[in-house]
Design a protein around this ligand. Structure first.
Ligand code: GAP
Length: 473
C-alpha cells in the first residue's frame, strides 16, 4: 500500500496540488490546484456533469455561495451543524471529541485490547450530547494522542459554519455564512427550476460548487479541508417511491467510480447505522485510501424534510401540483453528494502505480505511471519530434497545433525519446505521438499507449479521431 506522504509529495512536485499560500507558511485546511491539478479537477467535474445532467430528467444550477441567513435556520445548520470539541489543558491540543475516542479505539484494537475497544464502541454509538463524549473520555482515561496527558476541558459544541458580514456593518444583524454544503442552493431554487424548466417528478437538479466548513481538525491532505468542492444532485420523487430511487442512484453512482477507473476492490458501500432524523435510508461510498477506508460520497434518502422546512421558514409553497391526476405533494428527495476535491485525492491514489520493468539486456528498472482513465488524464496527448532536425520539429509543431484544438496536449523536444515517454507516464498522459523520419515521407506517426507501452502507426490526419475513440463519455 502506498503512503499518503508519497501522494502529497508527488502532487506537489508534478504540479497537481500545493499548500495554500505556501510562501507564508501555508493555511491549514486549504489547498491550491496547480496546472495538472486544475485539469484533473475539471475532468472529474466534466465526467460527473455529463453522467448526471446529459439526460432528460436532470438539469443544472449554479447558486450563490452566500445565501439568505434564514436558509441555515431552516436547514438546521445554525442549531445542529456542530462537532463536539475538547482541549487538553496542558498540551493545548484541540480535538474533535468523537474522533479522539475513535482513534483511541483503533489503537486499542491494534494492541488486541478488543474487549475494552468493544465497550468503548458501544458507548460512542450512544453518545449524542457534549457531556456524553466528556464522560467517555474521563471514564476510560483517554489520553492526548500527542502528549499522553489526561487533563481535559469540558466538551463544547462548535458550529462549523464560517461567519462573515454582509455590507460594511459588522453586527449580528448582518451576519451571513459561507455555505457548508451546496445542497441548500438546490432546495431554495426547487420551485424556480421546476417551473422554468417545466420539470415534474421524478426529476433532479445538479450542482458543482465550493463549500466551507471550519473543521476542528483538518487531516489527511485533501480528505478533510476547510474549503472544498462538492458535486451534489437532489432527485425529487413522489413520496412512497423514494426507496426504489435510492437503490437506482446507489447503482448509478457506483458505476461512475468504476467507469472512472476504480476497481470494485477499492470502493465499498457503507450503510449509515445512525440515521439523521430526516433520513429514512443512507449510505456512503468509501474508497480504500492509504490510511484506510474513507467516505467519498454520501447517498441519502432525505424524505421531504428540506423542502418542508424551507416551506415553513419562507412561507412559500414548495410542492408539485399534478393537474392531470388532481394530486399535490411535497416531493421526497434522494441526494447524491460527492466531494470533488476529496474525490480528486482518491483518483490520485488510485492512479499511482510503480511498475517493475526488465529491458532486453535483463536490466531492471521501475516505471512510475499515473494510470488515470484517459478521460480523467490532465494531458491527453504529448507530441515529440524524434530528433530536432530534418524538418521533424516543424512537422511536429503542426501536429501539436492540430491536436490541441481538441485536447489538452504538451509539446516536448528535450532529452531521449525514452525519457520523454517516462515524463508523460509520470503525469498520466495516455498517448505520446512521435514524428520520425518516415513521417516526412508517408505522413504517418507513431502513437505509444501509456499502459501497454505498445506503439501503433497511423496516418497523421487520423490522430484526433484515434484519441476521441479512446475517451469514453
Ligand atoms: N449535502 C450533504 C452533505 O454535504 P456530507 O456527507 O457532509 O453531506 C458530502 O458531504 C461529501 O462532501 C463527502 O462525502 C465528502 O466527499 C465531501 N466533504 C465533506 N466534508 C468535507 C471536508 N471537510 N473536506 C473535503 N471534503 C468534504
Amino acid at each position: 500500500m502506498i503512503k499518503l506522504e508519497t501522494i502529497i509529495s508527488l502532487a506537489k512536485q508534478r504540479g497537481f496540488v500545493f499548500q495554500s499560500s505556501e510562501i507564508y507558511g501555508g493555511l491549514n485546511g486549504c489547498w491550491d490546484f496547480g496546472p495538472l491539478g486544475v485539469e484533473l479537477l475539471k475532468n472529474i467535474k466534466e465526467s460527473w456533469w455529463k453522467a448526471m445532467t446529459y439526460r432528460q430528467d436532470i438539469v443544472g444550477v449554479d447558486a450563490s455561495i452566500l445565501m439568505h441567513p434564514r436558509t441555515w435556520e431552516a436547514s438546521g445548520h445554525i442549531t445542529q451543524f456542530s462537532d463536539p470539541m475538547i482541549d487538553n489543558k496542558a498540551s493545548k491540543g484541540r480535538y474533535r471529541a468523537d474522533n479522539l475516542i475513535e482513534e483511541y479505539i483503533e489503537k486499542l484494537r491494534k494492541k488486541n485490547k478488543n474487549e475494552i475497544a468493544d465497550k468503548l464502541e458501544i458507548e460512542l454509538s450512544k453518545a449524542k450530547e457534549p457531556n456524553d463524549y466528556y464522560n467517555i473520555i474521563m471514564n476510560f482515561s483517554i489520553p492526548d494522542p500527542v502528549s499522553g496527558g489526561t487533563d481535559w476541558t469540558e466538551v463544547r459544541n462548535f458550529n462549523l459554519m464560517f461567519k462573515t458580514f454582509l455590507g460594511p456593518v459588522d453586527d449580528s444583524a448582518s451576519t451571513i455564512y459561507l455555505r457548508p454544503e451546496s445542497a441548500q442552493g438546490i432546495f431554495v431554487n426547487f420551485k424556480n427550476i421546476m417551473d422554468s424548466a417545466r420539470m415534474k417528478p421524478p426529476f433532479g437538479i445538479a450542482q458543482i460548487g465550493k463549500a466551507f466548513r471550519n473543521e476542528i481538525n483538518t487531516k489527511n491532505f485533501l480528505f478533510r479541508t476547510r474549503e472544498f468542492e462538492q458535486m451534489e444532485m437532489q432527485y425529487f420523487v413522489k413520496p412512497g417511491t423514494e426507496l426504489e430511487w435510492y437503490e437506482y442512484w446507489k447503482e448509478k453512482r457506483w458505476h461512475w467510480y468504476i467507469e472512472n477507473g476504480m476497481a470494485p476492490e477499492v470502493i465499498r458501500f457503507k450503510d449509515h447505522e445512525k440515521l439523521a432524523h430526516y433520513a429514512n435510508k443512507a449510505c456512503d461510498i468509501e474508497y480504500l485510501f492509504p490510511f484506510g477506508w474513507g467516505e467519498i460520497e454520501g447517498i441519502h434518502s432525505r424524505t421531504d424534510f428540506d423542502l418542508k422546512a424551507h416551506q415553513e421558514f419562507s412561507g412559500k409553497k414548495l410542492e408539485y401540483v399534478d393537474t392531470v391526476n388532481k394530486d399535490r405533494y411535497v416531493p421526497y428527495v434522494i441526494e447524491t453528494s460527492g466531494g470533488t476535491t476529496r474525490g480528486l485525492m482518491a483518483f490520485l491514489c488510485n492512479a499511482y502505480t510503480e511498475e517493475k520493468l526488465t529491458d532486453d539486456s535483463g536490466k531492471e528498472d521501475t516505471r512510475n505511471v499515473m494510470k488515470f482513465v484517459p478521460q480523467l488524464s490532465p494531458i491527453k496527448a504529448a507530441v515529440f519530434p524524434l530528433v530536432n532536425k530534418d524538418g521533424m520539429p516543424e512537422y511536429a509543431e503542426k501536429v501539436f497545433d492540430d491536436v490541441q484544438k481538441n485536447f489538452k496536449a504538451q509539446y516536448d523536444t528535450s532529452g531521449a525519446i525514452g525519457r520523454r515517454y517516462r515524463r508523460q507516464d509520470e503525469i498520466g498522459t495516455p498517448f505520446c505521438i512521435t514524428i520520425d523520419g518516415d513521417t516526412l515521407n508517408d505522413n504517418t506517426v507513431t502513437i505509444r499507449e501509456r499502459d501497454s507501452m505498445q506503439q501503433v502507426r497511423i496516418n497523421a490526419d487520423k490522430i484526433s479521431n484515434y484519441i476521441s475513440d479512446k475517451l469514453i463519455r
